[in-house]
Structure formats: C-alpha cells, structure tokens
Ligand binder design. Structure first.
Ligand SMILES: Cc1cc2nc3c(=O)[nH]c(=O)nc-3n(C[C@H](O)[C@H](O)[C@H](O)COP(=O)(O)O)c2cc1C
Length: 204
C-alpha cells in the first residue's frame, strides 16, 4: 500500500494542519504496517502557477527554459503519485476562505483532461484514476463555518476540496477539522484536542 502525504500550510512548525496531517499519517501507518510514504511539502516546494507557457507546452509547443521544463516534470510526478496512492492525506488550512494558493497550484496540475479525467460522449465526467482511494483532510481555520451561520456562505474551503476530489472520482473523503482556532487559546486547544481524538478513533 502507498500513502501520499501533502502539506500546504505556510506556518511551518506553528501550523496546526501540519501537526494534524502528521498524526493522521501516524495513525494510518499503525493501521497499515509497511505502508509506503511519499511526502510533498507544497509550501517549501510549490509548483509554478499555470501560465500560457504551460498550455503551449501541453499542446506540444516549445518548452521555454529549464524552470518550466522542471515544473512540467513535477506536474507529471504529482499525477503519478496520485495514481499510485491508496491513501491521500492533505493538510489544508483555510486562507482567505479557500485553500492556500500552493495547494491550488497542486490541484491545477492534477485535474488534467485526458490524464485524470475525461468527458464521455454524453458529456459525463469519467475518472481515469484507479478506484477505492481514501482521502483524509486535516482542515484548519480561524473562524467557524457551521451551516446556517452568517459565515457559512464564506466556506469555499472544505466544500471546494470535496468538489474537486469528487470530480476526480475520489468520494471516500474523511475530514478531520480543527476550527475556531482564532478565538483564543481555550477554543484552539479544545478544537485541536477534538481533532486528535477523532484521529485516535480511526479504525480504517
Ligand atoms: C494568510 C492567512 C489567511 C487566513 N485566512 C483565513 C480565513 O479566510 N478564514 C479563517 O477562518 N481563517 C483564516 N486564517 C486562519 C487559519 O485558517 C488558521 O490560522 C489555521 O490554523 C491555519 O492552519 P495552519 O496553522 O496549518 O496554517 C488565515 C490564516 C492565514 C495565515
């Protein structure tokens, strides 16, 4: 079995999503001894934003410069890692109501027509990924976004991630959430404790 572990927080050792994603990986490793780990720190080593040069290269045109060439290879590695992984663990903080731009750059490189999905004759979306992958998201946010609350309409974070994953045929998604992290130390500690206990309770 293989596990792909992705972090995207810019807060390094202060990051809550990094701490929680690492705990999920530890728990999954205990549940699946011998599982092979691949790690991507998207904050330390981000993909380039997509550009016209990327589109030109994908269309078979000229690849301008070593930087672009290397970045195109990275994109191919992302897709290969996604195909290979049985379990995907994503550390995903909310920044400005959505995912960090580094995580969005990864998404931009894995949602690729003809590689990870295609449209059928009736226009339906067909995933090209092997079935039965499990996804765990360590979701962290300063505020809370309960359905029905005034902030609910600003929630483009978990909902966005789940939509993209579902588009690719990844429907088995477990969210481990720590929110209200900006509401003082008590609220933060309670949220982290709850997330840790959710991770400890994982049985698969
Ligand atoms: C640049 C930045 C933008 C943020 N934007 C939001 C936001 O829009 N909504 C929110 O609830 N919290 C926001 N936060 C708070 C983070 O979601 C919170 O600090 C969380 O712990 C971040 O996860 P991390 O510790 O893994 O980086 C933001 C934090 C940063 C650093």
């Amino acid at each position: 079995m293989k596990l792909l572990h992705i972090d995207s927080s810019i807060l390094g050792p202060h990051s809550v999503s990094r701490a929680l994603s690492a705990e999920i990986v530890k728990r999954q490793t205990a549940l699946h001894p011998g599982i092979e780990l691949t790690y991507r720190d998207l904050a330390a080593d981000p993909a380039l934003h997509m550009s016209g040069a990327h589109v030109e290269a994908w269309a078979g045109g000229h690849v301008e410069g070593a930087g672009l060439s290397c970045d195109l290879e990275t994109g191919e590695e992302y897709i290969a890692e996604l195909f290979d992984a049985d379990i995907i663990v994503i550390g995903a903080p909310m920044y400005n109501f959505s995912v960090p731009s580094q995580l969005k750059a990864w998404i931009d490189r894995i949602v690729v027509a003809g590689q990870t999905f295609r449209y059928g004759e009736a226009g339906e979306v067909q995933t090209l990924l092997p079935p039965n992958k499990k996804v765990f998201i360590a979701s962290t946010r300063g505020n809370v976004y309960q359905p029905g609350s005034p902030t609910a309409a600003l929630e483009h974070h978990e909902s966005y991630l789940k939509s993209v994953l579902s588009f690719l045929g990844l429907h088995d998604v477990t969210i481990v959430r720590a929110e209200g992290l900006a509401f003082g130390l008590d609220s933060k500690n309670t949220a982290i404790r709850k997330a840790r206990s959710d991770i400890a309770a994982m049985t698969a």
